[in-house]
Ligand binder design. Structure first.
Ligand SMILES: C[S@@+](CC[C@H](N)C(=O)[O-])C[C@H]1O[C@@H](n2cnc3c(N)ncnc32)[C@H](O)[C@@H]1O
Length: 383
């Protein structure tokens, strides 16, 4: 999976059916549409998200409600996608480091995989998943999926490597049903090697790693942090921190996606301007983000002033983050909802049926379609 190229093979793939869980405003849906897949079922609990989804994709395109109560409605499909909310697992079933996923939203995903056995799944989550509860959370997820006879690969990706001006690290977990691998390849290890051979600058190291039996460890004997890339099959996994991941530079910077004309409602209010003179100059780039000044080491949330020569910090659905301030020319202002859409790779008017205020949260929660598109494309090409 080479991150530098965003040239998609947009061959017509309407024979591939997709189901989108925890669909939100349809980040995976946009990706699937752009790749020519046919999304046949989608679900979200939030009526506002569903309103946006219907406006964008059609009135009958999403089923609103709690997914745990709608499992029976999910049709058979080829590709399952979803950016599921993080939810603590019960410690009741804790056994040698792997916890009980029963009753959680994640478990409902595993239930669908078990029932329909899609050829592939693509799941997305926050970076913190790799370290939460000393890795127990991720181990539970990995174990539950890999035991269903899927080859599971995960990778930490950054939106800034996908043509977006945002430092947004997300874990993608992709699965391919083992019999699908075996059909097109002589054996599993060959398949893994082939699937990886074009992926990394350090491809030969990866192949050697996969070939060495001692590198495969029991999932339940994980460390407190899962590495940024790995594979799992059955109850075993191997993992690495490939250097090539962090080398790519962003291709687009914040200043290139800003709206040329922005109303005064986005400017600092007089009261918020007052604390500006208390800020200490920083003037450096951290993970591609230009930090101009902050308050004593940046400890106080919302007091950082960002420049526009780098990429934006991670957009989130948290209200306080929408008020982060950027120095644009002589003005200090926050980002507009249109700029949020651009930084996430959505069309400017994607959330037009939501209020300006709500658009920040909807977009901040979404999976960037260009990232999702690249991952799905890679998974399908692995066939
Ligand atoms: C991280 S967001 C996913 C956003 C989505 N990938 C997108 O591109 O907009 C998680 C979504 O899960 C939904 N959700 C939370 N609990 C749910 C449940 N019990 N059933 C269905 N959806 C749920 C939330 O409403 C939210 O839209």
């Amino acid at each position: 999976m080479r991150q530098s190229s965003l040239n998609f093979d947009t061959q017509f793939r309407s024979d591939i059916t997709a189901v989108e869980l925890f669909a939100g405003i349809g980040g995976f849906r946009l990706a699937a549409d752009r790749l020519g897949l046919r999304t046949i079922w989608a679900n979200d609990l939030s009526s506002l998200s569903c309103k946006v989804y219907r406006d964008r994709f059609g009135p009958g395109e999403i089923r609103e409600g709690d997914f745990r109560e709608l499992l029976e409605e999910v049709p058979a499909h080829t590709l399952l996608s979803g950016g599921f909310p993080c939810q603590p697992f019960s410690s009741a079933g804790k056994k040698e480091g792997i916890r009980d996923a029963r009753g959680t939203l994640f478990q409902s995903i595993a239930d669908v995989v078990e029932r329909h056995r899609p050829e592939h799944f693509v799941l997305e989550n926050v970076k913190r998943l790799l370290t939460m509860e000393r890795g127990t959370h991720f181990a539970t997820i990995l174990g539950a999926l890999a035991r269903l006879d899927y080859l599971v690969e995960w990778r930490l990706l950054n939106a800034m490597h996908f043509g977006l001006a945002q430092n947004r690290q997300r874990v993608f977990l992709v699965g391919t049903r083992l019999d699908r691998l075996q059909k097109s390849r002589k054996n599993l290890v060959d398949a893994v090697k082939l699937a990886q051979s074009n992926d990394f600058e350090t491809g030969s190291d990866i192949r050697e790693t996969i070939d060495t039996p001692k590198n495969w460890r029991m999932i339940e004997r994980h460390k407190a942090r899962f590495e940024t890339w790995g594979l799992a099959i059955g109850d075993k996994f191997l993992a690495q921190d490939p250097a090539a991941f962090s080398m790519a530079r962003p291709a687009v910077f914040l200043q290139e996606v800003l709206e040329p004309t922005v109303g005064p409602e986005f400017d600092f209010t007089e009261s918020t301007s007052k604390w500006l003179h208390e800020n200490t100059p920083v003037n450096r780039f951290v993970q591609g983000v230009e930090i101009l000044s902050n308050q004593r080491g940046g400890a106080r949330m919302g007091y950082t002033i960002f420049g526009i020569a780098g990429v934006a910090p991670t957009l989130t659905s948290t209200t306080s983050r929408h008020y982060e301030r950027y120095k644009v020319g002589d003005r200090y202002r926050r980002l507009t909802p249109v700029e949020y859409a651009r930084l996430q790779g959505f069309p400017d008017d994607h959330c037009r049926v939501a209020s300006a205020y709500d658009r920040y949260a909807l977009l901040g929660n979404a999976v960037p379609p260009p990232m999702a598109q690249w991952v799905i494309d890679q998974v399908l090409k692995g066939d």
